[in-house]
Design a protein. Structure first.
Lengths: 333, 209, 333, 209
């Protein structure tokens, strides 16, 4: 295992120390339980957004705390959902009196821990709503299963709902906008390499030199199919058509296109992916009105990418364009 | 024969030790069909539980179990944190005030814990989760109790049934938890949570004999 | 070789197509010869900044074209200096009448190609100044050698000189500020893995599972020493003390600290590095007044990091804080 | 015997073919002590030169060389682009207007090209660059000319000396170019640019015999 770390068990806390030292103007870090809040929390009269999940997906979620995005993020151990006490304390710390929205990725652990935290917070008199993201078309959806994973759309939900909260929309309105984003968003991911969880010490899965894994999640889980490596043209076609056909996105639609690196993918490749995606969508009559290209929701050092599309309307586009000032995403401020 | 409060503490220590010894194995099982952290998760939780036990050494069994449950909830995270945490908290409710447990008390505790796992995780038997290990384990325990078995006998039977339930997860296609994302590829692997649940019943049988 | 590409020989042009499709509001792309200019070029009366170098270092340089940073970037083949005709055309395209500054990393190829381009541009009546960056303390400096490589400081020179140009400083002033930044900046890099140049098809160097390479450059060149993998604490101590002792940076100094990922390093590790660097500098009495953490000057998918320090004065700090709006770096706009 | 304009074109084609055949080898040499692109760089340049040759087929040797130089400058990049480009442009200056070359003309051309490389790259013999191959090559050529040798003889001697110069780069520690960053570790490797320079002299000897 080759990593820039000291001991596997110290990675998350040392990362938090790094974030605290780097961004005192933007965030404050609380330890035991661990959570990150924006420097000016709680913001009176504003709906507060709390998210969280396992570590190893940086900049998500801790890098998205700040003006126009999250009020708090709760980092768990690497790839492990944080615990209800983290979420409860974070929820109380950022509650500005207008209620708190929990943004939860659809994983059994995240759902259950946030559920317990929300129950406890409500018991303490805090108004809490939860929005679950589940945009991964690689997973078959059914009433009898855990359902689709929450992946790339989570970043966009946090940005857009964060902008809505900044405009002092009510808790119900912010939650509805978050749900609208999730409902109109779809994603799919692929990996060229596995990642190595620090405390596991070896790659989660093994891939041959000429193989790739299609339909991976963000936790180094193997995907649904393994196949021979293909050209980026073929890879994007596979992923984008699965996404486009699922919602479906139709000719004439305006979308936000998000090309995401999994942590070990260089930007040069992401632009090559974006070029293919641009051409693919053009062929389907779909217009990219906004885009985001970079490594925003990652799986440690995994090489690979994911594609997320969101159907935009005027309101969502304006909220996307609104100022954001966080360690991991910044514009207009 | 009854199970004393001290015996309960001994069981919890034995369970923590077994989890510790098998952490790498549990993580390996979870790497195959999940995200490779079940051993680390459970070990982190049970090590935290060990540090909390001295504080409740003189408390009733219900308080001990509730403390264990809360500790697990606040240190494990993931799916297993709320599931094992809720299990122990519900076992605590069912044994509130008791300084020792009869077989009936133990059956009621396991039933309450089991119901808590179902309430929290909404899994059904056959979904390839810890529920598949616990369901036959609980059934065996009740059967033994109904037949008037002694505690060691009943616990041995429950452990054996739990083990069978654990092994029966191997061919299953997961419908709950992370393993479900793999679809058909989740078959031919033993469920990690079912395995840690087997350790729970196995260490009980080994401790209370 | 596992990459999200079609054919090795098409990577750079397809990347340019991706950049063109993604950022029409910020940049325009010209082909044959290849260069990227800001969308509003030439800016009348403003000194224009032109940089360039081999591709594979993204977001540098193409990602730094825009308000407050570069006016043009010339991408060469992967890890190969661009050619004089690219630089000449880019220079003429962005010349707003106040002269053009060439920012050149100190590599034989870059120096010679930019030299030829500057001569040609002067022949065409354009006023050109050149600033060479050479901040890599891993390379022994001497009159008889090629001298130190230009690495991390280049990003900071482009940002700070870009801000100075935006304030309508003269060509000489902008060049002097750029040289001041270079003179007060020092860097060092290390690698956990090699990278693979697309047309080479296999890793440039091989590292054992327990080895790392210290003192690497940004072209997948092997470094000066290979050693057993160490903790991040030890690695940062080695790199930071080489840097600090070189200028030297002294107790009481205020610095900009730049922790850079080489392309395949996840952000979680960069924050762990930053935490160590913060502690190290604190121990030396050096205060980090500003920081930059992320993958800004990369070597394809190489895993590893570099550290750059710049001694700040009030002017440099104000120029660093000034608005910048480019695909790869953005704040205040 | 003189070297006709057509023979010059044949030499350039032979050089391009040799670079193409040995591109992977040159890149390998450059991977060891540089950045692994010298073969790709030279090949990209010489392939571009091939497409430009028909346009100057009826021009004088000076024009042919200048076109080659400009094509190399605009397509190669890196260190070798300006170096080989300047070399050919200076060779073009030295042969302006000539429709064929005597041995004296050729010596003057190589001398001019060599001076261009030194002017552009400021390397000295012993720095472990292409200069180390060209220096003995040029010296041998001049010696042969002074001794009244015929063209084939002179070229063969020059190629052999260039080869020795190339091989002599192996033990050297680089002081110029990317290899210099390696310090002592650059020793025990043959310089890629010295190798491509050997191909230049070797293909001349093989073509003009
Ligand atoms: N809905 C559920 N109900 C019951 N048990 C579940 C459920 N989901 C997952 N599990 C159990 O949790 C185990 C995984 O736990 P762990 O790896 O610690 O958490 P995570 O999946 O969050 O990484 C699975 O092996 C399974 O037995
Ligand atoms: N200053 C110099 N003078 C002469 N030749 C040089 C100089 N620097 C480098 N070279 C030659 O250039 C060769 C490398 O060329 P190439 O790999 O194409 O360019 P780059 O080093 O930019 O990648 C070296 O092997 C060496 O022979
Ligand atoms: Mg987990
Ligand atoms: Mg797990
Ligand atoms: Mg090169
Ligand atoms: Mg080279």
């Amino acid at each position: 295992m080759k990593k820039l770390i000291n001991k596997p068990e110290d990675v998350v806390v040392e990362e938090l120390h790094g974030i605290e030292a780097a961004h005192p103007d933007l965030v404050k870090v609380h330890y035991e339980p661990n959570y990150i809040v924006r420097a000016d929390a709680p913001v009176k009269g504003k709906v507060a957004l709390v998210s969280g999940g396992g570590s190893g997906h940086e900049p998500m979620h801790g890098g998205f705390v700040g003006l126009g995005m999250l009020d708090a993020a709760c980092p768990g151990a690497v790839f492990t959902s944080p615990t209800p006490d983290q979420m409860l304390e974070a929820t109380k710390a950022v509650n500005g009196g207008a209620g708190v929205l929990h943004i939860v990725k659809n994983y059994t652990g995240d759902i259950m821990n946030f559920e317990m935290a929300a129950d406890l917070a409500r018991g303490d008199g805090v108004e809490v709503e939860s929005v679950v993201t589940n945009d991964d078309v690689a997973v078959k959806d059914s009433l009898y299963t855990a359902g689709r994973r929450g992946v790339g759309i989570t970043v966009i939900v946090e940005k857009i709902a964060g902008a809505a909260a900044e405009r002092k929309h009510s808790l119900k309105e912010v939650a509805d906008i978050a749900r609208q984003v999730n409902d109109n968003g779809r994603s799919m991911g692929m990996a060229l390499t596995s990642c190595t969880v620090p405390h596991a010490g070896k790659p989660t899965f093994e891939l041959g030199d000429d193989e790739m894994e299609i339909g991976i999640g963000i936790h180094g889980e193997p995907g649904r199919t393994r196949m021979k490596l293909k050209t980026v043209h073929e890879i994007v076609e596979m992923m984008a058509s699965a996404i486009v056909d699922d919602l479906p996105y139709k000719s004439g639609d305006q979308v936000l296109a998000f090309v995401n690196g999994m942590g070990g993918t260089p930007l040069i490749e992401l632009y090559v992916v974006y070029n293919e995606l641009h051409n693919f969508l053009k062929g389907r009559g779909i217009k990219i009105a906004r885009n985001l290209i970079g490594s925003y929701i990652t799986s440690l050092e995994m090489a690979g990418c994911s594609i997320t599309l969101l159907e935009l309307d005027d309101q969502l586009q304006a909220l996307w364009d609104a100022p954001v000032k966080t360690p991991g995403m910044r514009w207009g401020a | 024969m009854t199970i004393s409060r001290d015996a309960v503490l001994d069981w919890l220590k034995a369970f923590a030790a077994t989890i510790n010894e098998n952490a790498a194995y549990l993580t390996q099982l979870d790497s195959d069909i999940g995200d490779g952290d079940h051993g680390a998760n459970m070990n982190r939780g049970m090590q935290a539980v060990l540090t909390a036990l001295p504080g409740v050494a003189d408390k009733d069994v219900g308080s001990i179990f509730k403390t264990v449950g809360m500790k697990l909830v606040s240190t494990v995270g993931g799916a297993s944190g709320p599931l094992y945490g809720t299990m122990f908290m519900q076992m605590g409710n069912a044994t509130a005030g008791k300084m020792e447990l009869t077989l009936d008390d133990w059956v009621a505790a396991v039933q309450a814990g089991y119901d808590g796992v179902i309430m929290r995780g909404k899994a059904q038997p056959g979904d390839k989760t810890m529920v598949d290990a616990l369901t036959p384990g609980l059934a065996a325990l009740k059967g033994q109790r109904d037949n008037g078995a002694a505690i060691p006998e009943a616990l041995n039977a429950a452990a054996a049934a739990t083990r069978q339930g654990m092994e029966a997860t191997i061919p299953l296609v997961a419908r709950k938890g992370r393993a479900s994302y793999l679809g058909e590829r989740s078959a031919n692997h033993q469920d990690p949570g079912a395995t840690s649940s087997y350790y729970l019943m196995k260490t009980a049988a080994e401790t209370w004999k």
